[in-house]
Design a protein around this ligand. Structure first.
Ligand code: FAD
Ligand code: NAI
Length: 325
């Protein structure tokens, strides 16, 4: 079987690994320059920055087993942050018993590990997935054509998946009905470490939803003291078209009000807009499939909207495909 997988985020790679391990021939396609999607790490003059997923939890038994395997391979490590929360009463410690994981030395190490030597074409945005008499073909944004393939797995965020699933109108309609919320993310780098105990902070109201100190995570060695700030969905939606400079300035201001120590001018600042950051609600589809056609869809939007959900969804797409061979 030759199987095309569109999207090399954690969902697509989860499916790809499972299928390759079962002896199938897979070919990944991704519009970005590398793997990882929303788990990618951005290279910058301040070092590698985790601007998307900050950490992940493992509540499902199968995912927890996979995480321990990755830990043994050195791809992930446990993060033990001094956690805080910020609410109407201000900033307060908010420790808990939850185990949290990160890719090491950067978030993208996990997806790079999963990718390994799997065949992948990057910088290739697939615009159309169509079925001929017996096989599938893919068209890309540069007019290139790829195929033939026996089966196709679409592993992109739902709004991008709906057009790629048009050969299976029922699946396309389900994906089209998923609302995904944006998130503005900002990285700030300071010459001198901020005089703060906070490693990570859940913000319960206002412009921000989260901020974290990069160097509190294992394996991050950076000259600057870099911080990741995430705006809330509501703020991101309201300010979707603000310029990057304005977003960086406004979120820096919100951060300075919360962190409880002097915040000097940042030496480094970068803003990134995630248009499809998270599904507005969780679903329980696991994965979508038209087994007669040989067309499958997976991604965080099929489950919990988290790294764990994305990985489980990829596993489920692969399982259904293999069951149908
Ligand atoms: P993606 O990672 O989005 O992968 C989809 C891939 O498809 C991308 O690489 C994209 O380039 C590619 N693609 C899209 N369209 C096409 C096309 N037409 N052709 C080719 N390729 C295409 N989760 C947690 O568990 N913990 C967190 O702390 C956390 N924080 C987050 C913070 C932010 C700011 C964001 C944005 C997300 C966060 N998440 C977090 C969510 C987590 O990152 C996602 O649930 C997970 O990474 C989704 O994986 P995925 O494979 O489903 O999708
Ligand atoms: P988790 O269990 O650490 O957090 C889940 C939620 O519980 C948090 O968002 C927070 O509101 C609350 N919480 C947890 N521990 C807390 C503590 N010690 N003090 C105060 N509040 C606490 O992780 P889980 O369930 O794996 O979720 C992943 C994280 O990823 C969440 O924080 C979620 O908001 C975030 N995420 C962000 C996205 C974005 O676009 N910004 C997209 C998807 C997930």
């Amino acid at each position: 079987m030759s199987i095309a997988i569109i999207g090399a985020g954690i969902a697509g790679l989860s499916a790809a690994r499972e299928l390759a391990d079962a002896g199938q021939s897979v070919q990944l396609f991704d519009k970005s320059r590398g793997s990882g999607g929303r788990m990618a790490s951005k290279r910058s003059e301040a070092g590698s920055l985790d601007l998307g997923a900050q950490y992940f939890t493992a509540r499902d038994r199968r995912f927890a087993a996979a995480v321990h395997h990755w830990q043994n391979l050195g791809w992930v490590a446990e993060w033990l942050p001094r956690l805080y929360q910020a609410d109407q009463h201000g900033l307060s410690p908010s420790l808990d018993e939850q185990q949290r994981w990160i890719g090491t030395p950067r978030m993208s190490a996990l997806t790079r590990g999963l990718l390994g030597e799997l065949p992948a074409t990057f910088g290739c945005r697939i615009t159309e997935v169509f079925r001929g008499e017996q096989h599938w073909s893919l068209l890309d944004a540069d007019g290139g054509s790829h195929g033939p393939f026996d089966q196709v797995v679409v592993a992109t965020p739902a709004p991008q998946a709906s057009t790629l699933l048009s050969s299976a109108p029922t699946l396309a309609a389900i994906a089209a009905g998923v609302l995904m919320e944006p998130t503005w993310a900002v990285a700030l780098g300071f010459d001198e470490p901020l005089d703060s105990e906070v490693d990570g902070c859940f913000v319960k109201e206002g412009a921000l939803s989260w901020f974290a100190r990069n160097r509190s995570k294992p394996g991050r060695e950076q000259a600057l003291d870099t911080w990741a700030l995430h705006a809330s969905s509501a703020w991101s939606r309201r300010n979707l078209d603000l310029s990057k400079d304005q977003v960086a300035e406004q979120l820096r201001g919100a951060f300075a009000e919360l962190i409880g120590c002097p915040v000097p001018a940042a030496r480094f600042s970068l803003a990134h807009r995630w248009l499809y950051a998270r599904p507005a609600q969780s679903h329980e589809w696991s994965a979508l499939a038209d087994t007669d056609l040989g067309l499958y869809a997976c991604g965080d939007w099929c489950l919990s909207g988290r790294v764990e959900g994305a990985w489980l969804s990829g596993q489920e797409a692969a399982r259904r495909l293999l069951d149908n061979l």
